[in-house]
Design a protein around this ligand. Structure first.
Ligand SMILES: Cc1cc2nc3c(=O)[nH]c(=O)nc-3n(C[C@H](O)[C@H](O)[C@H](O)COP(=O)(O)OP(=O)(O)OC[C@H]3O[C@@H](n4cnc5c(N)ncnc54)[C@H](O)[C@@H]3O)c2cc1C
Length: 488
């Protein structure tokens, strides 16, 4: 069983060189996941100089760790949006998701992209009878929007209490799609710098100045598509969202079914099939708010056991987390009202395949000064609603608790012998003792907002329970928002 995502297996992209000097550009995109690459793709061929930088490899962030579903049936989102934000908002969100799916379909066809795009039925299901009334509200939404659906008592692989099934949705291989867009962008003159991390973002004489370890970039317009922003101010995402983590497995199977399914409530259970040279069953489970369950080894084991109840052999296991916004809508567009040249796309609420593609279309339009029907829907500085205030209060209590607990030594009773939290020279020190007995020392405080780090005994990484940064046993930063290492 490999502790890696299925989507990076056998993928060996040509990596572009890092930035080597100071440069100037019209448009700078920071972050090359699905959102960033889709934005670059929409801006190709428009007479502007576009540069995209990524701290790692393009396509190897959260977008390489997903289930790769392209669906508008997203749990029971429409009845939730209808009740919290109104019918018009729910309808518009539905149209936006349909449009994203059409965009991918069209691009795959037009540019002959090989990314295993496969038409699929999407299912939302529950094991609990008491949820049926909520499902019926979702059905009313589907009826009003003339969406064909079926009601079932089976989710395709087992009997359940209730299920809604819709057609005209898809699954794909997210990394193959991203790398195909990257190639098309390169042909159209877009410049990529990989292993180039944005450290700061400032404004100087009407231009943005982004500093990286290898040089500075001056740009007229900047688009931030880094999953979690690498800056806290402006925008202050920690107050507008929380993070949810899940665990994924992939098992080789002989036959596939053209269905994908997800439960309506937490903890989520979700699955799909993938067909390539080999065929796989992907299972996702154990979702939890990041700070809630810190014994990651136990979380993994539970999901592995559940996945084994469907298929005995597990070939791949990995984890992913996503940013959940207070009002359940992503943030896509101008970051601040007062600044019409700075843009962001984040907070995809675990639906960043459709919303990442959509972000590309919206940001492409806005940067080029065109109107877009979804501009107001996803406005990053939109007003607060009752729903967002309620969730803000719950998230604040939760993150304060996580922050406080993360600093208590006794919290980590599950470490057993291989990890110690102690003090050396008056400074907090985390020690991981490897199988050879070698001690690896770090300062286990996240440089981002100073949360105490938890040792992930499954992946052997130090993980931030507040905002998802991850560090190696020797303290190198593997995943942001942190920009700095935690070497002792
Ligand atoms: C368990 C799970 C399953 C999911 N399954 C689905 C699904 O089936 N369908 C769906 O629609 N969504 C799904 N999602 C959601 C989806 O994975 C994300 O929303 C999406 O991948 C986010 O894309 P992104 O482009 O914003 O981020 P990323 O793919 O993470 O891209 C961000 C990029 O920015 C780079 N970066 C970060 N910081 C910097 C910096 N300072 N300087 C330069 N570069 C930087 C990173 O290296 C990375 O390459 C799932 C989420 C989870 C948790």
């Amino acid at each position: 069983m490999k502790k890696e995502s299925l989507w990076i297996q056998g993928i060996h992209p040509h990596i572009t060189p890092s930035l080597a000097q100071d440069i100037e550009t019209d448009i700078l995109i920071i972050g090359g996941g699905l959102a960033g690459i889709s934005t670059a793709f929409e801006l190709r061929n428009k007479g502007r100089k576009v540069v995209l930088i990524d701290r790692d490899q393009i396509g190897f962030g959260a977008s390489s760790q997903t289930t790769g579903k392209l669906t508008y049936l997203q749990e029971l989102i429409y009845q939730q949006l209808e009740s919290s934000l109104g019918t018009e908002t729910a309808d518009l969100y539905f149209q936006s998701q349909k449009e994203a799916i059409h965009l991918v379909q069209n691009y795959v066809k037009k540019y002959h992209i090989h990314c295993n795009l496969q038409k699929n039925k999407s299912i939302t299901f529950t094991y609990q009878e008491k949820e049926i009334p909520t499902f019926q509200k979702e059905i009313q939404f589907l009826q009003r929007n003339s969406v064909p659906y079926q009601i079932k008592k089976n989710n395709g692989i087992e009997d359940v209490s209730y299920a809604i099934e819709v057609e005209d949705t898809y699954v794909f291989h997210p990394v193959k799609y991203i790398l195909a867009l990257k190639k098309l962008c390169q042909k159209e003159g877009i410049i990529f710098y990989e292993h180039t991390e944005a450290l700061t973002l400032d404004k100087e004489k009407e231009k943005y100045l982004v500093k990286t370890p290898q040089g500075s970039i001056r740009a007229n317009q900047v688009i931030v598509t880094t999953h979690y922003p690498f800056f806290t101010i402006p925008f202050f995402l920690p107050l507008r969202s929380h993070i949810e983590r899940s665990y994924l497995t992939a098992s080789k199977v002989d036959t596939i079914q053209n269905i994908n399914a997800i439960t309506s409530t937490n903890p989520t259970a979700s699955f799909r099939f993938h067909q390539d040279k080999d065929s796989y069953f992907l299972y996702v489970g154990g979702s939890h708010s990041l700070g809630d369950q810190l014994d990651y080894q136990q979380n993994y084991q539970k999901v592995i056991e559940k996945a084994r109840s469907y298929h005995k052999e597990i070939d791949y296991v990995w984890q992913n987390h996503d940013i959940m916004t207070n009002d359940h809508l992503p943030f896509i567009g101008q970051l601040k009202k007062s600044d019409s040249h700075l843009f962001i796309a984040t907070g995809f609420n675990t639906w960043g395949m459709t919303n990442g593609v959509l972000a590309g279309k919206i940001l492409g339009d806005l940067v080029l000064g065109k109107e877009n029907p979804y501009r107001t829907l996803f406005l990053p500085y939109r007003g607060i609603t009752f729903e967002s205030v309620k969730n803000f209060m719950m998230d604040t209590v939760h993150s304060t608790k996580t922050y406080a607990l993360s600093h208590f030594k006794n919290y980590y009773s599950f470490y057993l012998g291989e990890v110690q939290i102690t003090k050396l020279d008056g400074k907090k020190c985390g020690i991981y003792i490897d199988v050879t007995g070698k001690r690896h020392l770090v300062h286990p405080i996240c440089p981002h907002l100073k949360c105490g780090l938890t040792f992930n005994t499954f992946t052997k990484t130090w993980d931030c329970p507040c905002h998802g940064s991850r560090f190696s046993i020797d303290g190198d930063c593997l995943q942001g928002p942190s920009l700095y290492s935690i070497r002792f």
